[in-house]
Design a protein around this ligand. Sequence first.
Ligand SMILES: Cc1ncc(COP(=O)(O)O)c(C=O)c1O
Length: 361
Amino acid sequence: MHALLGQSIDSLDSPQLLVDLDVVDGNLATLQLACSQIGVALRVHFKSLKCANLALYLKRQGVDRFLCAKLNEAEVLIEAGLTDVFIANQIIGPKKLHRLAELCRNTGVSVCVDDSDNVKYLSEAATAAQSTVGVLVEVDIGMNRCGVAPGRESLELVQQIAASPGLQFVGLQGYDGHLQMLADHQERRVKCLQGLDALIATRRLIESQGIAVQVVTGGGTGTWEFVSAFPGMTEIQPGSFILMDCAYHTVRPEFGCALSIMSTVISRRDGRYVLDAGSKSISRDFGTPVIKDHPAETVVKLSEEHATVLCRNGDAPRVGESREVIPAHCCATMNLHRSCVAVRRGTIEAIWPIEASGRYW
Ligand SMILES: Cc1ncc(COP(=O)(O)O)c(C=O)c1O
């Protein structure tokens, strides 16, 4: 593999997952600048990356806070030496609680809760492991996924956490996942601000009871600008903005698409061609991918190992030529691959394992 470093991407076999580092740098710089001007922290969601070397690459550029969706993602980050890790999810069951409590020993790992029994079991696991688990209460601000109601219900859970040995109350999470892809910018803004009103009112209620709220975190790539500017929010937690995809790019054109699947034309007929990459290497849960730099070529079908592409100008590339496919969902595409190739201006800079891909517990 190392023989490929410094070579052109033409020396790679296909299909191959590429990460364009110049585009990553630009996306990160855009959000880092905005966050520093506003005075809010940036926590990057690792579920979009799943690759320790990519997280370490971001760390070298000043990112030291990471978010995870899964316990195994947090384990990958801690193993890589990244310590400020927040699992924005409920960790349930004795096996996982034991793993979490062990992970929290001497690290800055924190976790979300939305259930009184879970708080009790988490406290017992932390006490048994002689560790301290940082805890954020997940507040449902309209997504109707996890989370307790804003206001009194959240306060009661916070009071339970504050009284539980082995736990340290850190703050609140309110994620507006239902708004991320809303096409209408103004509607997305208005609905986002409504949810944040409820979240910050909950913060004030908790503080009125003499309990400090250090962190209030939320937002994603689709709502980052509204969440970051909202008084009382301390942190935003987007992930997709780093790699991006063609679905998010339609609502957030300020971020470039850094992720692509390099593939080869294996068949061609009048006005159409077929690539050697399909739904097993390009996620299609958020829609159809696009062909990079070839707007007249449209993907019309993804089967397991084939992408069928129509050429509007009738001029199909020849068999053996290559194309880069930009997926419609970067996070799910990272989960389909076991390694990615980091490239800069067409040259291979590194080949990185994607350690947390394909792991579900
Ligand atoms: C808890 C949480 N925070 C933030 C995000 C934002 O991620 P993205 O920027 O990729 O939309 C997500 C996405 O699933 C999430 O579940």
